[in-house]
Design a protein around this ligand. Sequence first.
Ligand code: ADP
Ligand code: ADP
Length: 233
Amino acid sequence: PLTIEVRDLVVRHGEDRAPALDGVSLTLGPGRRVALVGPSGAGKSTLLAVLMRLIDPESGTVVLRGADGTAVPLSAMTPESVRERVTGLTQDPYVFQTTLRDNLRLAGPSAGDEELARAVRRARLDRWVERTGWDTQLGEDGRTVSGGQLQRLALARALLYDPEVLLLDEPAESLDEPTADALMADLLDATHGRTTLLVTHRLHGLDQVDEILVLEQGRITQRGTHAALLAAP
Ligand code: ADP
Ligand code: ADP
């Protein structure tokens, strides 16, 4: 899996505004799961948007380092190549107004050999159906599924890319407690072996991540393990 190295990021949403990210540096180690917490407006979504290359920073760098040591700056990658390595899950996933099967068909790598890409997508989908037992639901209309199922659909779509990096932006935010707990357990399962950054308001389950970062007003103000942060005065 990839290591992501973020150095001195500054992002401003408009010239006259205070920076949304004000010198953020962090390293997401290979296969490590890191949670990002902090108040609304702290810059969490902005950081994820930079990591997905949806917005470019005013200054600072993001470097993807492979297991073999090769380092590629995000700024040198095409959106397509970023998408296949770094996949994000948003709070409110969009759904095409068609069946779940079609929603899944529309995701996954398409670059290169058409036929190969299709075979890869089908194999990943089959494996996913096998794990989740979702085969009977694939014909359901995407518009009728519940919030929890919608997030699972989004997760399945993300996993069709088999990304090395998963970015999760408050995936359980709009769900009730039991649904949120079940979804978070699935998400943590799916992040196994992938470098993961999880934005969350939920403290529940954070004992399972490797590190917690606290972002406030565009700066990282605390970092540590769950145990260390809870022990802090
Ligand atoms: P969080 O995800 O922690 O709630 P955001 O990254 O969404 O924080 O927002 C950080 C700051 O940047 C906030 O002050 C917010 O109002 C501002 N902001 C975020 N997105 C935009 C945007 N597209 N245009 C203008 N300002 C934005
Ligand atoms: P490994 O980490 O050895 O690659 P896993 O058994 O964790 O293997 O995953 C195998 C494949 O199954 C992955 O490529 C992924 O796409 C998919 N997968 C993993 N976890 C989930 C999950 N919770 N839901 C759906 N698909 C998953």
